[in-house]
Design a protein around this ligand. Structure first.
Ligand SMILES: NC(=O)c1ccc[n+]([C@@H]2O[C@H](COP(=O)([O-])OP(=O)(O)OC[C@H]3O[C@@H](n4cnc5c(N)ncnc54)[C@H](OP(=O)(O)O)[C@@H]3O)[C@@H](O)[C@H]2O)c1
Length: 318
């Protein structure tokens, strides 16, 4: 990519897309192209083909998607499979038709089997059953990987697939109906703290109830680290097989809740609602491949949570 290449970031208002925009600006790329979802609905093939015709992007980061936590995935599997299949199929096809030089497709670690060996290596894809609470979304993402591979084989499109672990950071979704675990914990524990402080004697402890039993282990990567990994892949990864991006380190959800409670200053009781699903028991990615490109995460979990909490208070806190 040259500094004035025409680079389209699809999904630039989201967690990942906005981090990719910040990263490209930090690296002095000037030819950034974005599309407003109000004007260009990427589920509509006509919109996408017109957009590519008008803007002629040379490079594409495909970070537009319908995304959500366990609750949203479980409740709206139809929307998750439809929106994602449509968005990715339209964008990858238009990229091929308009002669894009390279496309980076953002997938997700939920593509891997629910009970696969840990850490999860890229070759474990399609070696077992998916986690049922988000299998519609995962199947759409697997179709995206296959489409990138098929368009590479048949048409020579240089399309690669990047599989990030759980992400967090500025511009995350803090809506409790649809959010992922880390932003949901920030919001709930902050709200619990404020509720406790509003009690008459000022010392009343509130309690906060969280989903599951707190036992699952998960990996979390700051989205600014992911954006740098996407650039490393755009510059020097040209393999049809997906590439994982994560820290390679996991933490128990109950430990994460305790860490976030400390950061936001919540000192009440954390209760667990075991009637709610836990999801996959453990998920940590093997990151050997991405590290071989010279990338490694730079933001540790505590400081990433601290800065995300500051962003939440300044931008999203009600
Ligand atoms: N968040 C995570 O923890 C995580 C983890 C692993 C992988 N990923 C992957 O990273 C990618 C981006 O996720 P994210 O967390 O950044 O999601 P996000 O914050 O929800 O952002 C989604 C973006 O897609 C756009 N979009 C959605 N539907 C659209 C449509 N029909 N037409 C045009 N634009 C549309 C949204 O635009 P509007 O805001 O205008 O609707 C928004 O800019 C996804 O492929 C996801 O699978 C995310």
């Amino acid at each position: 990519m040259k500094s004035d290449s025409r680079i389209y970031v699809a999904g630039h208002t989201g967690l990942v897309g906005s981090a990719i925009i910040r990263m490209l600006q930090r690296h002095d790329y000037s030819g950034l192209i974005t599309s407003s979802s109000r004007e260009w609905d990427l589920r509509r093939q006509d919109d996408v083909e017109r957009f590519f015709h008008v803007n002629q992007p040379e490079y594409v980061f495909l970070a537009a998607a319908k995304v959500g936590g366990i609750g949203a995935n479980n409740t709206y599997p139809g929307q998750f499979i439809y929106d994602n299949l449509m968005i990715q199929s339209n964008v990858i096809h238009a990229a091929h038709k308009s002669g894009v030089k390279k496309l980076v497709f953002l997938g997700s670690s939920c593509i891997y089997p629910k009970l696969c060996e840990q850490p999860i290596r890229e070759e474990y894809l399609m070696t077992g059953s998916l986690e049922p609470t988000n299998d519609a979304y995962a199947v759409a993402k697997i179709a995206g990987i296959k489409m990138c591979q098929a368009y590479r084989t048949e048409y020579g499109l240089n399309a690669i697939s990047v599989m990030p672990t759980n992400l967090y950071g500025p511009n995350d979704n803090f809506d409790l109906e649809t959010s992922h675990v880390l932003p949901a914990l920030i919001r709930k524990l902050e709200a619990g703290k404020n509720h406790g402080m509003s009690e008459e004697d000022g010392a009343a402890e509130s309690s906060v109830t969280l989903w599951g039993d707190g036992s699952p282990r998960r990996e979390f990567l700051h989205v600014d680290d992911l954006a740098e990994a996407c650039l490393a892949c755009m510059r020097s990864y040209d393999d049809p097989d997906p590439i994982n991006v994560g820290t390679g380190e996991d933490i128990q959800i109950s430990e994460l809740a305790a860490l976030i409670a400390e950061v936001v200053g919540f000192s009440g009781e954390i209760k667990w609602d075991t009637s709610k699903p836990n999801g996959t028991p453990r998920k940590v990615l093997s990151v050997d491949k991405i590290k071989s490109l010279g990338w490694s995460p730079q933001i540790d979990l505590r400081s990433g949570i601290e800065s995300t909490y500051e962003w939440y208070k300044a931008n999203a806190c009600e």
